[in-house]
Design a protein around this ligand. Sequence first.
Ligand SMILES: [Fe+2]
Length: 362
Amino acid sequence: MTLPPSPVIDALQSASKKMADRHTPFIFDDWYVAAFSDEVSSQLLARTLLGRGIVMYRSAAGKVVALEDRCPHRSMPLSVGALQDDHIVCAYHGMRFNTQGDCVHVPSQSTCPKSMGVRTYVTFERGPLIWIWMGPPESADWSRLPEQAWLTTEQWATSHGYMHLKASYVRLHENLLDLTHLSFLHAKSFGTPDYASAAYKTEIKPGHFVVMRDVVPTTLPPVWAEPTGIKGQGQAARIVRSAFLSPAIHEVSVSFYDCTLPEKERPTFRIRTAHLPTPETATSTHYFVVHGRDFAQADSAMTQFMHEQLFVAFNEDVTGLAQQEAALARTPTNELYEFSVGADGPSVAMRRYLLSRALSTL
Ligand SMILES: [Fe+2]
C-alpha cells in the first residue's frame, strides 16, 4: 500500500495551498522580459504576457513601443493591422493609434471620440533584453529592475535563445532551485551522477532564494570540459550558485577549475546563465535565456558550441516540465498531492513568496 492515509493527504494538500502554483494569479507589479532586442523592429510583434495581449514595435526613433493589443472600437487585435509613420492602423476600420496609445484618426469622422485609446506599457531596453513593467505605468518601480551588468560588458561573451515552455513559470523557477535533477533529467547532457548527492547550502530570505553546491572533485561533461580543457576523470571543481532574483529572473553562476593544480596556478573559468521566464498563460511560459562566459570571449566557435550543447540540456527541462504539467492537468484536484523533501526547502520558500506577492496586489 503506497497511497498515504487521508490525514496525510489532507496535510500535503494544505501545505500546497500555501505555495504558488499554476492557479495563482500573476504578479503584475514587476519587470519581465518582453522580447529580445533583436526581435522588435518596424514589424508589429504580438505576444501574450501574463495573460495580456500586447503588441510591440520599434518607432522610427528606435524606441520600443508596447501597447494593449486590442482596438477599443471593436476589439480587433492591433497586431494584425499595419504600422504607418509610427502609428498602428487597425485592420478593421482603419483607426490610427500613436506611440502613446491615443487614437489620432477615425476614417469615418473628422474627430476621435474623447479619451479613446489603448493602454501603454513602460519598457526598458538594456543589452539583449527588452524589459516590460506589467503594472500600471505610474507604478513602475525602477528599483525592481534586475541589475545585470554582465549582460552588457565586454568581459562576458554572451549568446541568447528562446524556448516556448508548456508549463507554469512557477514550475520553471522550482526546477532552477532544485538542481538535484541534473543527475537524472540531464544525465545525458550537463548532469553528472555525483551532483544530486553533493552537499549544498542555501540562503532563504524574502525574495532571495539561493542554492549553492561545490562538486569537488568531479568530471566535467563535454559542454564545460571542451571549453575549459579540464577533461580528466575527477579533475574538476564545479562551484555552483543558483539564485532566484525576481519572478522574472533566475541566475546560475558556475566556476570551474582544475582541482589537481595548486591553488595559485589554476585558472578559474566562469559561466553565467540568466533564466528569464515570463508567464504567457497559467500553463505556458516564454523561456528566454542568456548565457555568458568570462574567458575566450572572442572565440565564436566556442560560443556556438556551448550554445548548442546548453540548449540541448535546457530543452530537457522544457520537455520534462511539459510532461509534469500534463500529469498535473489530468489529476483531479481532490486527488492531487505532492510530497516535498529536504532539497525542496528553497523552492518551497520561493513558492510561498510568489503566492504572497500575488495575493498582496489583488
Ligand atoms: Fe534543468
